[in-house]
Design a protein around this ligand. Structure first.
Ligand code: ATP
Length: 441
């Protein structure tokens, strides 16, 4: 792991490990470079983000459909896409310590790690190669996809015909992508295996500017809807365009190390469909029934990293502060609160019996827990002082804690404690479900 220069990322890494959110891959073997595992709570957050994206794209838009294409594709796909030719980094290697660096990242001709002499720049392609079948030769060579988009382009005709879509329409998919990154780092910001959520919107060429602006706004609003603070998001226009692009803009997050991309929105013109038509020998043009004209649609792409977005969400929600106690009954030096939007929080509510040696209280608390469990991922916790239990839930971002106490036995009410304000309100047991439903909507 490199580049963990910033304290906030370090603190988040340790919270994620301690609380079952994200672990380094193969840690008992010393860790696998630049790969991470999502723990029991991390997989919840990640799935929630994926579901929200899918809903926004596929369910809320009549003209976008879903897809789940294979990771391994015909090797010619990557020739057509330009990845074999253009998707290369220029690298130099240190002759002393043998570390490799992107030429672009270096200011001086010396190794930034040890000051050693560097080799001449060499080309390096970040696609992972493997072989299909028993023989390892060039004919059996395949790649792990470095992006999910190509699976959409090659299916353009089949999806359009089978789903009887008219332009404009889009295809959305979420899936793993792999890049043999030279400079992985900053936790899950840049890893060699990651997930993308990509949507390709097929349009009439003359409408490209309109749709480009449309998708930029729509995607920015979606990131805001996750609860990321407005001042931590911005657009950045691409000055240097990729080989496929006519225009591009990034949505950037204010990461502790620097502002950097979480999603790219690109006007890809007809590059992809024309290249795949040429390389496959199959015409991927679209036939317009009304005008009886055939044309190659332009594509506006929205390409987001799930892991990187999750990192932005976690960093944005992460807050460490001097003890907030006094109100609750334990004192801690420093406290951590993950101020996640309730819809992103992995655990929606926690239910506590105030004491565990009073069977009526425990029974009531368990009843409430069993009921809420039918609708949400909730936790039951009876161990330790109540203040400590609140702290544990604050750390994982649980927005509400429901406590059953002696008064509950008298009047069928519980205390609901709010994570962010620590305010407590008394509500009827019969109303908890509706209360949560309202807050989580
Ligand atoms: P970068 O310049 O940071 O390498 P990129 O411009 O190559 O990114 P794209 O090819 O546009 O990225 O990929 C779209 C999205 O996929 C990015 O916005 C990012 O969120 C995510 N992504 C790309 N590479 C990685 C990686 N190595 N690890 C995690 N996420 C990644």
């Amino acid at each position: 792991m490199h580049n963990h220069s910033d304290g906030k990322i370090q603190k988040l890494i340790s919270l994620c490990k301690r609380r079952g959110i994200i672990f380094q891959s193969s840690e008992i073997y010393g860790g696998a470079a630049a790969a991470y595992d999502y723990g029991p709570l991390g997989v919840e957050i990640k799935n929630i983000i994926k579901k929200l994206w899918w809903k926004e794209m596929v369910y809320d838009n009549d003209n976008i459909v879903g897809l789940d294409s294979a990771i391994l594709m015909h090797p010619k796909v990557w020739e057509a896409s330009g990845h074999v030719e253009n998707f290369e980094d220029i690298l130099v290697e240190c002759k002393e310590c043998h570390r490799r660096f992107k030429k672009d990242d270096l200011k001086e001709g010396k190794c930034p790690e040890c000051g050693g002499v560097l080799t001449e720049p060499k080309k390096f392609n970040p696609m992972f190669e493997t072989n299909l079948g028993p023989v390892r030769d060039s004919a059996s060579k395949v790649y792990l996809r470095p992006e999910t988009a190509q699976g959409i382009y090659v299916n353009f005709n089949t999806v359009q015909k089978s789903m009887r879509r008219k332009i404009p329409f889009g295809i959305a998919q979420i899936g793993k992508a792999f890049r043999n990154e030279i400079t992985p780092g900053n936790f899950i910001f840049r890893t060699v295996e990651f997930e993308q959520a990509e949507q390709q919107f097929f349009i009439k060429p003359e409408e490209d500017e309109k749709w480009f602006e449309y998708w930029k706004e729509k995607r920015m609003n979606w990131h805001l809807s996750l609860g990321i603070k407005k001042e931590n998001l911005r657009f950045k226009k691409h000055e240097k365009l990729a080989h496929y692009a006519k225009a591009g803009a990034d949505i950037e997050y204010n990461f502790p190390m620097r502002w950097d991309e979480i999603e790219g929105i690109h006007n890809r013109g007809d590059w992809d469909l024309s290249r795949h038509s040429k390389f496959s020998g199959n015409d991927l043009s679209y036939f317009n029934d009304e005008t009886k004209q055939k044309f190659l649609p332009f594509i506006i792409e929205t390409s987001m990293g799930i892991d990187r977005t999750m990192l932005a969400v976690l960093l944005d929600a992460f807050e460490e502060m001097e003890t907030r106690s006094g109100k609750d009954d334990t004192k801690h030096e420093m406290e951590t609160v993950l101020r996640l939007h309730p819809k992103i929080a992995p655990v929606k509510a926690a239910v506590f019996p105030l004491v565990k040696n009073k069977p009526e209280i425990v029974k009531k608390a368990r009843e409430i827990y069993e009921n809420l469990k039918k609708y949400w991922f909730v936790q039951y916790d009876e161990t330790g002082a109540i203040g400590r239990r609140y702290r544990r839930q604050d750390e994982i971002g649980t927005p509400f804690c429901v406590t059953v106490d002696f008064d509950t036995l008298e009047n069928e009410t519980v205390t609901v404690r709010h994570r962010d304000t620590m305010e407590q309100e008394r509500i009827k047991i019969a109303e908890i479900e509706e209360f949560l439903r309202g807050k989580l909507a």
